[in-house]
Design a protein around this ligand. Structure first.
Ligand code: PEP
Length: 252
């Protein structure tokens, strides 16, 4: 059974080799007291080994910000799931909105990555979320359901328990504009209901659904108090030790 609360820090294309190690050490130190929450940080690929090394034996796991769906071969620039495991990753973010909307990844590609990650024993965080214009056009449920359905296609009940869904409204990522607890709860409840239709009620209750989008120490507690919000995916605030630690403290 998964633990309900999972706080994950996505560092995106930030830090340097020395800053990544320093940040990892500081976050691990600040959160050394935590024993009832799953925590992970997601450094850039090139710093994964160093960060995994300094986090050995701490409460923090390490994950990658993306992966590819083939094992090896002529795929210039791509990183396989075996490579990620080799350097100490246990999680991988797949389908982040910046990969969908800046790089242009489609649901079918994201699904191939999810299947590969689960098949190879990594725990994917499948990101879904609507654009502002889609919310304004009342298309949130339709967009998010499609992303969840296609993203999970081909996964059985046992496999889906290894997936975390991250609901991240695109208009809230990096903007300082957070979804209200009501907006976030509504989307999470819709996702959980959909999981129930796809996999049955008990699986739906056990799959973690995280919220992401400008989570900060001062809004974490009210978001994480919502019944269907099981954790947070934190971008900007995960680069500041006191902010990330404050979010964890607020969510407990
Ligand atoms: C993210 O990168 O997934 C994210 C939620 O970023 P931020 O917390 O900065 O909005």
């Amino acid at each position: 059974m998964v633990r309900r609360l999972f706080i994950a820090g996505n560092w995106k294309m930030n830090t340097s080799s020395s800053r990544a190690v320093e940040l990892a050490e500081q976050v691990a130190g600040a959160l050394a007291y935590v024993d009832n929450i799953d925590l992970a940080v997601f450094p850039p690929f090139v710093y994964l080994s160093q960060v995994a090394e300094v986090l050995k034996g701490t409460a923090l796991a390490v994950g990658a910000q993306d992966c590819f769906y083939e094992d090896n071969g002529a795929f210039t620039g791509e990183i396989s799931t075996a490579m990620l495991k080799d350097v100490g990753c246990s999680y991988v973010i797949i389908g982040h909105s910046e990969r969908r909307h800046v790089i242009g990844e489609a649901d079918e590609l994201i699904n191939r990555k999810v299947l590969k990650a689960v098949g190879d024993g990594l725990k994917p965080i499948l990101c879904v979320g609507e654009l502002l214009e889609q919310r304004q056009a009342d298309e949130t449920d339709e967009v998010v359901s499609r992303q969840v359905k296609i993203g999970l296609e081909g996964l059985g009940k046992a496999d889906v328990l290894n997936v975390t869904i991250a609901y991240e409204p695109v208009w809230a990522i990096g903007t300082g504009e957070t979804a209200t607890p009501e907006q976030a709860q509504q989307a999470h409840a819709m996702i959980r209901q959909l999981l129930g239709e796809l996999y049955g009620g008990s699986v739906a209750q056990s799959v973690r659904i995280q919220y992401g989008g400008s989570v900060k120490p001062d809004n974490a507690a009210e978001l994480l108090a919502c019944p269907d919000i099981d954790g947070a995916l934190v971008g900007g605030a995960s680069l500041k030790v006191t902010d990330f630690a404050g979010i964890v403290a607020g969510g407990r």
